[in-house]
Design a protein around this ligand. Structure first.
Ligand code: DON
Length: 305
């Protein structure tokens, strides 16, 4: 297995040069551009890694899947989807164009920034510290990694440069999509994006979803299988932003990317897959990572379609 994984990484390494590190969050520009790694975590407990699977990066948009699950548990689908839609946009992940055009205003889905910020604002907690702790505890449980931390410099960088997110959040407060404190919701969102992970951590998130919301280690049903199914459906339709259709056709498994270069993917009933490649394509997805996943999915016949 590891041999095959290494071969897939080696085959796709040359794609790295055609992508770029993100510049809009300055701290993310410091990543190792040519890092490339993969880790799989299987339902029978087997775990295998190849390449730079221990390289640390920030989780970024992959966190949106987890906060969606928490919000669904906290508020129920009627409330969540009363405020955030279920449709792909065809626009960039940080686009605000449709927020005002659609009446009544509703971010199209929970995977774009506007929808994710709205979802994060729904997470319950008496204080901001309690909300952050709930999110971190959930991540630690699912990844089985008690050492997960927020990367403070990325967090500060996000906060300082997040004016577009801030603009969308204030607009959403104005039209009633966000009902809580805007700055606190944004702060929570910047923090969840800045959680530092490895391929192993995101593979374990994938494993959790492949196991329908049940922890593989203890057998505990942490979230409803229905919500896990919803999350996977969003990953298929919106997880790779405006490249989701192409990814579904070429790779065929639920996946979620982040601008830190990670892609978390799920082979339902089989395994979670974590891939890292910080060099991004023009849509914000790992340029070599998406090809690695394609080859891996082909090799092991993982497409769900
Ligand atoms: O809101 C942002 O811009 C980032 N913190 C997260 C966006 C992201 O990861 C988009 N992914 N491709």
């Amino acid at each position: 297995m590891q041999d095959k994984m290494r071969k897939i990484l080696d085959k796709n390494r040359e794609k790295i040069q055609y992508g770029n590190l993100p510049t809009y969050i300055p701290e993310l520009n410091k990543a190792k551009k040519d890092a490339l790694g993969i880790y799989i975590s299987m339902l029978d407990g087997t775990e295998v890694g190849a390449g730079d699977y221990e390289y640390k990066f920030t989780i970024q948009s992959i966190s949106k899947v987890i906060t969606l699950l928490i919000a669904l548990e906290d508020r129920g689908p009627e409330y969540v989807f009363g405020k955030v839609g279920m449709e792909p946009t065809g626009d960039a992940f940080n686009s605000m164009m449709k927020l005002e055009i659609v009446r009544p205003s509703k971010p199209f889905n929970p995977m774009i920034n506007a929808g994710a910020i709205a979802v994060t604002s729904m997470i319950k907690g008496n204080t901001q510290a309690e909300r952050i702790k709930r999110i971190m505890d959930f991540f630690k449980l699912v990844t089985q990694n008690p050492d997960l931390r927020i990367n403070e410099s990325v967090y500060m960088s996000e906060k300082q440069t997040g004016d577009r997110n801030r603009a969308m959040a204030y607009f959403m407060k104005d039209v009633g999509i966000i009902e809580t404190d805007v700055e606190e919701s944004l702060d929570l969102y910047f923090k969840q994006c800045s959680i530092e992970v490895t391929c192993k951590d995101i593979a374990r998130i994938g494993l959790f979803l492949s196991n329908d919301g049940k922890l593989q280690s203890t057998g505990e049903q942490l979230i409803s299988p229905t919500y896990s199914r919803m999350a996977k459906a969003f990953m298929v339709t919106c997880g790779m932003y405006n490249a989701s259709g192409e990814f579904a056709i070429n790779v065929g498994i639920p996946a979620k990317s982040g601008v830190g270069g990670g892609i978390m993917a799920v082979a339902p009933g089989k395994m979670g897959i974590g891939v890292l490649g910080p060099s991004l394509d023009e849509k914000g997805n790992s340029i070599a990572g998406r090809e690695v996943l394609k080859d891996f999915s082909d090799e092991f016949n993982l497409s769900i379609f």
